[in-house]
Design a protein around this ligand. Structure first.
Ligand code: DOR
Ligand code: ZN
Length: 355
């Protein structure tokens, strides 16, 4: 067993987060705010956040759910529908209400029914976003029934993303929660304006976690975890120091009953232990010197934000951590991600200055 070690980093940001609403929001907001300085907030509520008024009201509910004195900053997004007007997006961007717009192909994932079926319908919005240099965040999966669920990201790259980038070459795009080596290679092939978020869970599990020895709904998310070679490609990208890859946890809490039923929801709740798990991964990969880039610097840089002013301290304990298995949310509970590996690191402090 190695001795206790500590590590100080700029406070990290979460560039892809589901905070939900109501009791769930009140249960999970403080958990993200305990580690992260800012987070890009997903707009896939029911109904989705599609206009300025919706963004403002949701932002207020998030702020109200944070602990007193918290400096956590939600970076809001709009949910793109085929009816979204360029003027509304511009208004939201110019007013500083949003940092990005989220594209869900209709039917791709949780609460994506109002998403986009016909890409041409959103061309005027994308044109305006390109002028504003406002990032488009894509859920990169096609939804055609004839495309195997394990191939949906790769087909999206070829059939949707590449044509889109050719048509809007100056539009900043984030391939959210990349899960395949083809996705990694595609992001690497772009000179500028394209980046990818990587989740903690896709860096840790492959599809065996979900399917071997019984079906484990707690490891079901979208895009679904792929085979081991893909996980390795993601880990290599995340730990490589390449500025085009940064953390977006996609922490996606669902009530226990919504996961454990005939048609369970996709989503893994990782906000509580994502930082500990990722630090362990980088330690195991001999890449702790690249951790700060991945969790605290690359994403901010892509979004044109300054690094957080605060710092966090992580400590490597001599025995593995025990995470709570569930957190309460109103009358429900939410399962906390079980990484299935020893995690010795934990976040022990947030500080205004280093040291
Ligand atoms: O696993 C997922 N859960 N993937 C998504 O794209 C959506 C998210 C959710 O909202 O639950
Ligand atoms: Zn998501």
């Amino acid at each position: 067993m190695s001795a206790t070690r500590t590590l100080e980093l700029r406070q990290p940001d979460d560039f892809h987060l589901h905070l939900r609403d109501g009791d769930m929001l009140r249960a999970v907001a403080s958990i993200s705010a305990a580690h992260f300085g800012r987070a890009v907030i997903m707009p896939n509520l029911v109904p989705p956040i599609t206009d300025c008024a919706g963004v403002e009201a949701y932002r207020d509910r998030i702020m109200a759910a944070l602990p007193l004195g918290s400096s956590f900053e939600p970076l809001m997004t709009l949910y793109l529908t085929e009816a979204t007007q360029p003027a509304e997006v511009e208004r939201a961007a110019v007013a500083g209400l949003i940092r990005a717009v989220k594209l869900y192909p209709a039917g791709a994932t949780t609460n994506s029914a109002s998403g986009v079926r016909d890409m041409e319908k959103i061309f005027p919005v994308l044109e305006r976003m390109q002028q504003l240099a406002l990032p488009l965040l894509v859920h990169g999966e096609v939804t055609r029934r004839d495309v195997d669920i394990f191939d949906r990201e790769q087909v999206f790259l070829e059939q949707v993303l590449e044509p889109l980038r050719q048509r809007f070459p100056a539009l900043p795009i984030v391939l959210e929660h990349v899960t395949t080596r083809q996705g990694v290679a595609y992001v690497r092939s772009a000179d500028s304006g394209l980046a990818a978020t990587v989740t903690a869970h896709h860096l840790i599990i492959n599809r065996n976690a979900m399917l071997v020895g019984g079906i484990r709904p707690d490891y079901y998310c979208l895009p679904v975890a792929k085979r081991e070679t893909h996980r390795q490609a993601l880990l290599e990208a995340a730990t490589s120091g390449d500025r085009r890859f940064f953390l977006g946890t996609d922490s996606a809490p669902h009530a226990r009953e919504a996961k454990l039923c005939e048609c369970g929801c996709a989503g893994i709740f990782t906000a509580l232990n994502a930082m500990a798990c990722i630090t362990q991964l980088f330690d195991d990969a001999g890449a702790l010197d690249r951790l700060e880039g991945f969790v605290s610097l690359h994403g901010a840089d892509f979004y044109g934000l300054p690094p957080n002013r605060k710092f966090i301290r992580l400590q490597r304990e001599s025995t593995p951590q025990l995470f709570p298995s569930v957190v309460p949310a109103g009358t429900d509970t939410v399962r906390v991600f079980d990484p299935g590996m020893d995690v010795f690191w934990q976040v022990v402090a947030t500080m205004d200055i280093a040291g």
